[in-house]
Write a protein that binds this ligand. Structure first.
Ligand SMILES: *Cc1c(COP(=O)(O)O)cnc(C)c1O
Length: 357
């Protein structure tokens, strides 16, 4: 099997080896060391400030999205949410559940956020801004520099879901003035799903400290408190945290976050060049390095996904809802090589020869 989805993705041999080991007991100084190292490397790779903190939540990315909305926002906020697909919609629903006042910037499927659209909301009484910097469902990567400038100008608390973009695209919290960055273990971190990660700026920590969230499991104040001693309030996914540790150190040894972004960018460029003369249209206006969304000109996207899986042992990412037959996505994150790209291209060419695409 070759996995070109956007998560879970393929893990390195070192990460997989840890998955086969016994899970150690975790209320120990040794495990605290692992967690301190995880926090240090996450802060470094996110370009977070000295006084920022990182918490590790056992739960998929959505658990951290929920924790951030419920612990950093209140009914006194007025939030602007970029809603360009199913992940933007998720933040809209979270604000509804937690009764946080909001407005959405609703975008058409596959469309990026323009300056014109954004500045319609300039100089209003908003207090916070939420964006999925890479709206993975459509493959649109928003202009984060433009968003950052807008938020600085309007003094907005900036929450960024970088779950599928972290390690794939440039992102520096301090430079952007981002207050929260969220990511997950199963995207470019290339570990099994089960851990999501929240990096909080000093400003975000202040909001958490003041929060009166009514939730035991996703209480970030207690996560921060326990983190001071390298621990979590409850039993975490110990094995995955050890895999995250190995992977973060692997990235550090290979030259850090810029080398990782370069590698993923290279894989994406290689694939996009190789697909050029084939009957597909690249559908996104502004792409992340993490994924290429493709619209097949002569076939159903879902049929291609099924055939690649069942007849060629290759997984690409199907789309749901109204895009089911129109778009599938090819991921470039995880342990992949240009030779893997060649195998996918060869399979697509074979399908073309068979008259299937
Ligand atoms: C994958 C992803 C998530 C999290 O989804 P989970 O299934 O909860 O891990 C959130 N936002 C974006 C942009 C994603 O790509």
């Amino acid at each position: 099997m070759i996995n070109f989805t956007v998560g879970p993705v393929q893990s390195s041999a070192e990460v997989r080896k840890i998955g086969a080991e016994q899970t150690p007991y975790f209320r120990t100084a040794e495990f605290s060391e692992v967690m301190f190292e995880n926090e240090r490397l996450m802060k470094e790779f996110a370009g977070a400030g000295e006084k920022s903190r990182t918490v590790f939540i056992t739960g998929s990315g959505t658990a951290s999205m929920e924790a951030v909305v419920s612990n950093t926002l209140t009914a006194n906020d007025k939030v602007l949410i970029v809603n360009g697909g199913s992940f933007g919609q998720r933040f809209v629903e979270l604000c509804q559940i937690y009764e946080i006042p909001y407005s959405e910037i609703k975008l058409n499927m596959g469309c990026t956020l323009t300056k014109e659209e954004l500045y319609k909301f300039d100089s209003n009484d908003y207090t916070a801004f939420i964006v999925n910097v890479h709206e993975t469902s459509t493959g649109v990567h928003y202009d984060i520099d433009m968003i950052s400038e807008f938020c600085k100008k309007n003094n907005l608390f900036l929450i960024v879901d970088a779950i599928s973009s972290f390690l794939a695209d440039e992102f520096n919290m301090e430079e952007l003035g981002a207050d929260v960055m969220i990511t997950g273990s199963q995207k470019a971190l290339a570990c099994p799903p089960g851990i999501s990660i929240i990096v909080l700026s000093e400003n975000a920590i202040k909001r958490v400290e003041k929060s009166t969230v009514k939730c035991m499991y996703l209480n970030l104040k207690s996560a921060l408190k326990n983190g001071e001693r390298g621990q979590t309030p409850f039993t975490p996914a110990v094995g995955i945290l050890r895999q995250v540790n190995a992977r973060l150190k692997e990235i550090e040894r290979a030259g850090g976050v810029s080398s990782e972004i370069k590698k993923i960018h290279g894989l994406a460029e290689d694939f996009r060049n190789k697909i050029k003369d084939m009957p597909f249209e690249i559908v996104s206006e502004s792409m992340s390095n993490a994924v290429t969304p493709l619209h097949p000109l002569n076939a159903s996207a879902n049929d291609i996904f099924l055939r690649l899986k069942d007849e060629y042992g290759i997984w690409v990412c199907p789309n749901g809802g109204e895009l089911k037959d129109k778009v599938f996505r090819v991921g470039h994150i995880g342990c992949l090589t240009t030779e893997d790209n060649d195998k996918l291209i060869a399979a697509l060419k074979d399908m073309q020869r068979r008259g299937l695409i």
